[in-house]
Structure formats: structure tokens, C-alpha cells
Design a protein around this ligand. Structure first.
Ligand SMILES: CC(C)(COP(=O)(O)OP(=O)(O)OC[C@H]1O[C@@H](n2cnc3c(N)ncnc32)[C@H](O)[C@@H]1OP(=O)(O)O)[C@@H](O)C(=O)NCCC(=O)NCCS
Length: 181
């Protein structure tokens, strides 16, 4: 669980808050997920696939908060959820040095530095919790995300061909990226 609360200044001078996930975030989280999935074709689900109720989402949040292998950071501007970043540590003894990352930011807030502060913060979380290797998947063509990850020290280690197939039949590969800490 991420239980820090920080105020950060974005590139355009906007004040944002980084905080952990908490009970009661369900409705805002569902709104955020539908919005970001509608704004980017690089996230795994279509917005109409976000079908859970607020109650189900609250149950999911409770489980997340009890999970010793999950850390989630929320970025808020004026009380609105505008970014979410998560790291999930693998469970088994042989693989628990590896943390898997995921990130999304609302389009109006892209390129203001939120992705960068998320990754800096998550790297600190990883180090504090014995994670020595951070990993993620990114869809071919997601130049903005690739630029962020490369800037943060991740390198492509492989691909999963045809990992994504859109409704119109287009296929995209996943790049697998790794950063050793
Ligand atoms: C990818 C994403 C998380 C980046 O977040 P962000 O808050 O915009 O990231 P930052 O503002 O910190 O910018 C990170 C870097 O992206 C790069 N970047 C910014 N705008 C860019 C653009 N238009 N084209 C290419 N690269 C760009 C820059 O290298 C930038 O670093 P710099 O400003 O220091 O040069 C965000 O765009 C997003 O949520 N996209 C949709 C969902 C998604 O793709 N998630 C990732 C799935 S793997």
C-alpha cells in the first residue's frame, strides 16, 4: 500500500497531489478508467468493457489495499483523479524481485510531467520493498509512453507479436521493457 501524500508542481505550474488509493475511490476510479480507455487505444480494455458497479469497485479497492504485493498511486488535480500508476510484485520466492508497472493519465493532463513523477515515485517504492527489476508491456506505436519509459531507463527486451487485436482487425505487438534497479 502506498500511504504517502505529496504535493507536486506540474510543468505548467498546476499543483497536483500524489496519494495512495483509499476506500471511497470506487466511483472516481470507474470514471477515470472509462475516460482514459476512451481517450487512448493503447490501454488494454475498451471503455464499454469497464462494467463493474461502484460496489464491486469498492470491494476491489479493499482487496488491493490488503494486498502486500500491490502499490497504487493516484494523482489528483483540484480533487479530480487525473492519473493512476500501479506496481504489482510477483508472488513466488523465485520471482518476487520483479515488479510489473502500469500507468494512465487523463489526456488533458498529458505532457505535464505526471508520468515522470509517477515513475520516480514508483522506483522509490520498488527499492523500499525489495523489488530489483521493474517491468512493463507497451503497445507498438505508443511513442509517448516509450519515450517516457526510455527516459526512465527501461529497455526493450522482447516482443509479443499480435498481442493486441482491435475491433477493426488491426494487430499490434507488445514490447516488453525492463529496468534493473
Ligand atoms: C504514457 C503516459 C502515461 C505519459 O504520461 P505523461 O504524464 O504525459 O508523461 P510526461 O509528461 O512525464 O512525459 C514523459 C515523456 O513523454 C515524451 N513525450 C511527451 N509528449 C510527447 C509526444 N507528443 N510525442 C512523443 N513523446 C512525447 C517526452 O519524452 C516526455 O518527457 P520530457 O517532457 O521530459 O521530454 C500518458 O501519455 C498516458 O496515459 N497515455 C495513455 C495511456 C497509456 O498509453 N498508458 C501507458 C500504457 S503502457
Amino acid at each position: 500500500m502506498y500511504d504517502t501524500r505529496k504535493t507536486v508542481l506540474l510543468k505548467d505550474g498546476t499543483q497536483a497531489v500524489l496519494r495512495g488509493l483509499r476506500p471511497g475511490d470506487g466511483e472516481a476510479m470507474l470514471r477515470f478508467m472509462k475516460k482514459t480507455r476512451g481517450e487512448s487505444e493503447f490501454l488494454m480494455l475498451y471503455p464499454e468493457e469497464i462494467t463493474q458497479t461502484v460496489e464491486q469497485e469498492e470491494n476491489w479497492i479493499r482487496r488491493k489495499l490488503e494486498d502486500p504485493n500491490a502499490w497504487m498511486i493516484i494523482c489528483e488535480v483540484n480533487g479530480e483523479m487525473v492519473g493512476v500508476c500501479e506496481i504489482f510484485r510477483n508472488r513466488g520466492i523465485k520471482v518476487r524481485h520483479r515488479g510489473i508497472l502500469a500507468v494512465a493519465v487523463v489526456k488533458d493532463f498529458w505532457h505535464k510531467g505526471i508520468g515522470t513523477v509517477f515513475f520516480e515515485e514508483m522506483e522509490a517504492v520498488a527499492r523500499q520493498n525489495g523489488i530489483t527489476q521493474m517491468e512493463l508491456e507497451v503497445v507498438e506505436g505508443n511513442e509517448r509512453a516509450m519515450a517516457l519509459y526510455e527516459k526512465q531507463g527501461f529497455a526493450v527486451t522482447g516482443t509479443i507479436p499480435g498481442a493486441i487485436r482491435y475491433k477493426d482487425g488491426r494487430e499490434r505487438c507488445y514490447y516488453y521493457m525492463v529496468k534493473k534497479l
